[in-house]
Write a protein that binds this ligand. Structure first.
Ligand code: UDP
Ligand code: MN
Length: 264
């Protein structure tokens, strides 16, 4: 069509990534993320936690938001700048090139809610925001979600303070509340994608040659330490029990701590 411009390539700066964590996981989980994928997206990644950790902030220079105080600022910052809002847990590896590629397939003007549901059925809750609670609504709950222009679109229900009262009204935890706001209030339906992975599935079943094409990876909890992606690289299973370092070095072999592989 004459007059139409080629679509601008999506860049990392168009994306806001929120990592949800908690004080007790700063050492065991967060440090690994900061050492790996977060180091490649430092400016657009914000760690949301519940406990102050000045030492970690000073040493690594990452954005850490203690949700007790300064979340309002961040949300404003994102609303102004970002096309996409991404939410991940502290046991996820985000494969940034795959994320960019996936999000590039959607047009800027579309409202999109992308995720992988954690349950095989939608959640049902009494509608207490738009009505008095006598009717119920159904919506999908997904751990990983990506939505366009959240600051502007979600604002009546999701701005600071309102978000908490919305959550209290429907009596569900925060990540469920986001699903409720997007699907039930904004009426943007979840697009299911299989590129997001959590430890609720059997991660070793992912074919090795497709691991780097996924968007998020995870690892099993303490009860199931062997639930990790099967990938071979410079680290043994005991050196890299989550496989995140191995994945990182395959993606970014120039990283200073990656084992130097012999090439010809
Ligand atoms: N989490 C949290 N507060 C807590 C416990 C967990 O914010 O008291 C976060 C945790 O950091 C992670 C997410 O919630 O980002 C899910 O926690 P976890 O992986 O331990 O549980 P599961 O995935 O089994 O639900
Ligand atoms: Mn988890």
């Amino acid at each position: 069509v004459s007059g139409s411009r080629p679509r601008d390539l999506l860049e990392l700066k168009d994306i806001f990534i929120a990592v949800k964590t908690t004080r007790k996981y700063h050492k065991s989980r967060l440090e690994l993320l900061i050492q790996t994928w977060v180091s490649r997206a430092k400016e657009q990644t914000y760690i949301f936690t519940d406990g102050e950790d000045k030492e970690l902030r000073m040493r690594t220079g990452v954005n850490i938001i203690n949700t007790n105080c300064s979340a309002a600022h961040t949300r404003r910052l994102c609303a102004a700048r970002c096309l996409w809002f991404c939410h991940v847990d502290d046991d996820n590896y985000v494969i940034l090139p795959s994320l960019l590629q996936l999000l590039s397939t959607y047009h800027h003007s579309q409202d999109v809610y992308l995720g992988r549901p954690s349950l095989d059925h939608p959640i049902e809750a009494a509608e207490r925001v738009k009505s008095d609670g006598s009717v119920s609504v159904k919506f999908w709950w997904s751990r990983f979600l990506y939505q366009q222009r959240p600051g502007t679109e979600m604002s009546p229900w999701a701005s600071l303070g309102n978000f908490i009262s919305t959550a209290e009204k429907i009596r569900l935890p925060d990540d469920c509340t986001i699903g409720y706001i997007i699907e039930a209030l904004l009426e943007v339906m979840l697009t299911h994608t299989h590129l997001f992975h959590s430890h609720l599935e059997s991660l070793q079943k992912l074919p090795t040659d497709t691991v780097l094409e996924q968007v998020t990876l995870s690892f099993g909890g303490f009860e199931n330490r062997r639930n990790v992606v099967s990938i071979v690289g410079g680290f043994s299973l005991s050196e890299d029990p989550t496989r995140f370092k191995t994945v990182h070095c395959l993606l970014y072999p120039d990283t200073h701590w990656c084992p130097k592989l012999q090439h010809h």
